[in-house]
Design a binder for this molecule. Structure first.
Ligand code: KIV
Length: 276
């Protein structure tokens, strides 16, 4: 069974940590079969599953529906619920209450973006209350408007030191790991080597303790945009398109359903019908 301690053990043993996102029951089942170490119900589902333009409008109540679905498909797995924009920024009480709702819906931990005094207090309170927290630094999508777009972070020695300082504060506050998003590989390497807890990279090169990507991106299902750091392992959108086209053709031509996909009426009942 994967738990929060699996992450530290993997880092301590120099084994890479694999993480992927899931938003639904059947994807979660597949990730369990693949023995993925951690499943993130990311707020990326706002765009990928709900078609929103960004992650700002997804609510905690919407996130909980997806966490429930994933937790049913991935029983005994390590599921992290992503706290959406403004679901933890108003007060520590608000953050604690929403983090608790995620755990009650089936998550084993939560993820929070950034590192300021409020976040550090919230991390401590969550951990004290039995809610493990994964931090998120570098490019933090919920702060995109203040960052000014999808900008690569950690490009100067000074900036790398600032990110490391934040990561150390999150570590001290009790985070069990920290996501590093969108930064040069060497920057993430420096941060990873100077932390005790594992780093999980996304667009942050190969030296992080583990990796996470959006499953729909690497399987080629979500095609609105594809970041440079995404490697496609298959092309689900083409597979879905060709399956749907073939289905439509067979329906139009009366090929589907065939006898194989149909139920038979008893001979006698059929006779009665014909006699009417
Ligand atoms: O929302 C998300 O999916 C994320 C990433 C780290 C993959 O935050």
């Amino acid at each position: 069974m994967k738990t929060v301690s699996t992450f530290q053990r993997l880092k301590d043993n120099n084994e890479k940590i694999s993480m992927l996102t899931a938003y639904d029951y059947s994807t979660a089942q597949a990730l369990v079969k693949a023995e993925i170490d951690g499943i993130l119900v990311g707020d990326s589902l706002a765009m990928v599953a709900l078609g929103y333009e960004n992650t700002y409008n997804i609510t905690i109540d919407e996130m909980l529906i997806f966490i429930k679905a994933v937790s049913k498909g991935a029983k005994n797995s390590f599921i992290i619920g992503d706290m959406p924009f403004m679901s933890y920024n108003l007060s520590v009480e608000q953050g604690l209450s929403n983090a608790s709702a995620m755990i009650k819906s089936g998550a084993s931990a939560v993820k929070l973006e950034g590192c300021n005094r409020h976040i550090l207090t919230l991390v401590k309170r969550c951990v004290e209350s039995g809610i493990p927290v994964l931090g998120h630094l570098g490019f933090t999508p919920q702060l995109m408007n203040t960052i000014g777009g999808h900008k690569i972070q950690g490009k100067t020695a000074d900036n790398i030191e600032i990110i490391l300082k934040s990561a150390k504060k999150l570590e001290e506050a009790g985070c069990f790991g920290v996501v590093l998003e969108l930064m040069p590989a060497d920057s993430a390497k420096y941060i990873t080597e100077n932390l005790r807890i594992p780093t999980i990279g996304i667009g942050a090169g190969k030296y992080c303790s583990g990796q996470i990507v959006v499953t729909d991106d690497i399987l080629g299902k979500f095609t609105d945009f594809t970041p440079k750091f995404v490697k496609k392992y298959t092309n689900l959108s083409e597979i879905i398109l060709s399956g749907a086209q073939q289905y439509k053709k067979e329906v139009k031509e009366g090929i589907f359903p065939s006898e194989k996909e149909s139920f038979e009426l008893d001979y006698e009942e059929k006779e009665k019908l014909l006699a009417n």
